[in-house]
Ligand binder design. Structure first.
Ligand SMILES: Nc1nc2c(ncn2[C@@H]2O[C@H](COP(=O)(O)OP(=O)(O)O)[C@@H](O)[C@H]2O)c(=O)[nH]1
Ligand SMILES: [Mg+2]
Length: 367
C-alpha cells in the first residue's frame, strides 16, 4: 500500500518551552486526527532542554522533528527555517506555549485544500468570534498601536497582521525566503509585505489563550525589533537596518568619548593624550557591549572568553577605522583644501562603513 501523502507541517518555534512540548503534541494529535502531518520544533538551543524534550517524543513518534539552532536567536528566522525544512505542501506556524487554538488547524487545511486560489489562512483575534483572552488594557493598546503602524507597510487589509498563527502554501514561503527580512517577531507581516502579488488570505477567528506554563519572551527588545522590521521593509534596501543601528550606537559612543575626555582632561587635569586614550577605550567598550546587545542580538557573544575575544577584535577593527578616519579627513583637508567639516564627515563615514563591515564579519560573524 502506498502510504498517504504528507499534507501538513506544523512549525513550532520554541525558546524555553520544555513543559509545553508534550502537551502541544498531544493537542495536535487530537486536533489533526486522520490527517497526515508532521511537527517541526525549531528551538534556539533553549537552556531548559526544550529540544531534548522534543527529541524524546520524536524517538517514539517520527512525526515529531527537531531543528536545534546553536548561537542563533529570533522568532522570525526560526519560523523560516522550519518552513523550509519540510516536504509537506502546506505549513502552519503555531506558538509552542499553547496560546494558539490548534483546533483551528483542520479548518485552515480544508480551506487551503478546497480553494486553489487561496494562499494563506490566518488565525485572527480581531474578527467576529476571536478574542485576546485575558490581555490587560496595556497589552491591548500596544497591540493596537503595532497593528496601526503595520498598516503603513501592509498592502492587505488584515485584521490581525501580528498574528503568529497561520497556514500557508509551502511553495509561496520558499519563493519569498530570499526577500524576507527575518528580523524580530512578526513573520506573517514579513511574508505578506514581501510578496509582490497580494496574497489571497482568509481569516478565521480564535481566542488567544492565557499562557499556563513558561514565560513570554515579548519584551522591550522585541518591541524595538518590530520597529526595526518596519524600517527594514520601508527603507532597508537603501540603508541596511544594522548599519543604521551600528551608526546610531557609534554616535552615542562619540558622546561617551567627549564626556570621559571632558571629565579627565578638563575636570581632573589629565594630560590630553592620556585622557583621549582612556576616552577611546571606554567609548569602544561601550559601543562593543551595546552592539552586542542590540545590533547583533541574534548572534550575541556570551561568556567571558568569547566576550573578551570579541571586545579585543572590535578594538582592533575600530582602531584601524580610527586611523582611516584621520587619514581620509587629513587628506581631504590638507591636500584638497576642502571644508574642514566636510573632511571630518567624510572621515567619519569611511570609518563607520569600515567598522561596520569588518566587525559584522570578524567580531560577530559566524555565518
Ligand atoms: N526559536 C525561537 N522561538 C522563540 C523565540 N522567542 C520566542 N519564541 C517562541 O515563540 C512563541 C511565542 O513567544 P511568546 O514569548 O509566547 O510571545 P507572546 O505570546 O507574544 O508573549 C513561543 O513558542 C516562544 O517559545 C526565539 O528567539 N527563538
Ligand atoms: Mg505566547
Amino acid at each position: 500500500m502506498i502510504p498517504a501523502q504528507l499534507e501538513l507541517a506544523v512549525v513550532i518555534p520554541t525558546f524555553n518551552e520544555r513543559a509545553n512540548v508534550p502537551l502541544l503534541i498531544e493537542k495536535l494529535d487530537a486536533a489533526l486526527a486522520g490527517r497526515n502531518w508532521e511537527a517541526i520544533f525549531v528551538d534556539d538551543n533553549s537552556p531548559d532542554g526544550t529540544a531534548d524534550a522534543a527529541r524524546e517524543l520524536g524517538r517514539r513518534d517520527p512525526r515529531v522533528r527537531v531543528i536545534q539552532r546553536i548561537g542563533r536567536r529570533g522568532l522570525s528566522s526560526a519560523c523560516i527555517e522550519g518552513m523550509c525544512a519540510t516536504a509537506a505542501p502546506f505549513v502552519a506556524v503555531i506558538d509552542g506555549d499553547l496560546q494558539h487554538d490548534e483546533t483551528l488547524l483542520p479548518n485552515m487545511l480544508d480551506a487551503l485544500e478546497g480553494d486553489d486560489a487561496l494562499d494563506v489562512v490566518i488565525g485572527s483575534r480581531f474578527v467576529d468570534g476571536g478574542g485576546t483572552g485575558e490581555w490587560d488594557e496595556e497589552r491591548v493598546a500596544k497591540s493596537a498601536l503595532a497593528t496601526r503602524l503595520s498598516r503603513k507597510v501592509l498592502k492587505a487589509d488584515l485584521s490581525d497582521p501580528m498574528s503568529g498563527f497561520f497556514m500557508i502554501r509551502t511553495g509561496i514561503v520558499r519563493d519569498l525566503v530570499p526577500t524576507l527580512s527575518a528580523i524580530g517577531f512578526k513573520i506573517l507581516l514579513d511574508i505578506m509585505t514581501a510578496s509582490h502579488r497580494p496574497l489571497k488570505f482568509l481569516e478565521l477567528p480564535y481566542v488567544f489563550r492565557t499562557r499556563a506554563l513558561g514565560e513570554s519572551k515579548l519584551d522591550y527588545v522585541v518591541a524595538m525589533e518590530y520597529l526595526i522590521a518596519l524600517y527594514d521593509r520601508m527603507f532597508g534596501k537603501v540603508v541596511p537596518v544594522r548599519f543604521v543601528m551600528f551608526s546610531g550606537i557609534g554616535a552615542l559612543g562619540a558622546g561617551v568619548h567627549f564626556l570621559v575626555l571632558a571629565l579627565f582632561f578638563r575636570g581632573m587635569a589629565w594630560p590630553f593624550v592620556g585622557a583621549t586614550i582612556l576616552a577611546t577605550v571606554i567609548a569602544m567598550t561601550f559601543n562593543f557591549f551595546l552592539n552586542n546587545a542590540l545590533t547583533y542580538r541574534e548572534q550575541r557573544l556570551k561568556g567571558a572568553g568569547p566576550l573578551l575575544a570579541g571586545w579585543a577584535s572590535f578594538c582592533v577593527v575600530c582602531g584601524v577605522g580610527a586611523a582611516a578616519n584621520v587619514g581620509v579627513a587629513a587628506f581631504l583637508h590638507n591636500v584638497q583644501h576642502g571644508d574642514w567639516r566636510f573632511a571630518a564627515l567624510a572621515g567619519i563615514a569611511v570609518a563607520a562603513v569600515w567598522n561596520f563591515a569588518l566587525s559584522s564579519r570578524f567580531v560577530w560573524g559566524r555565518y
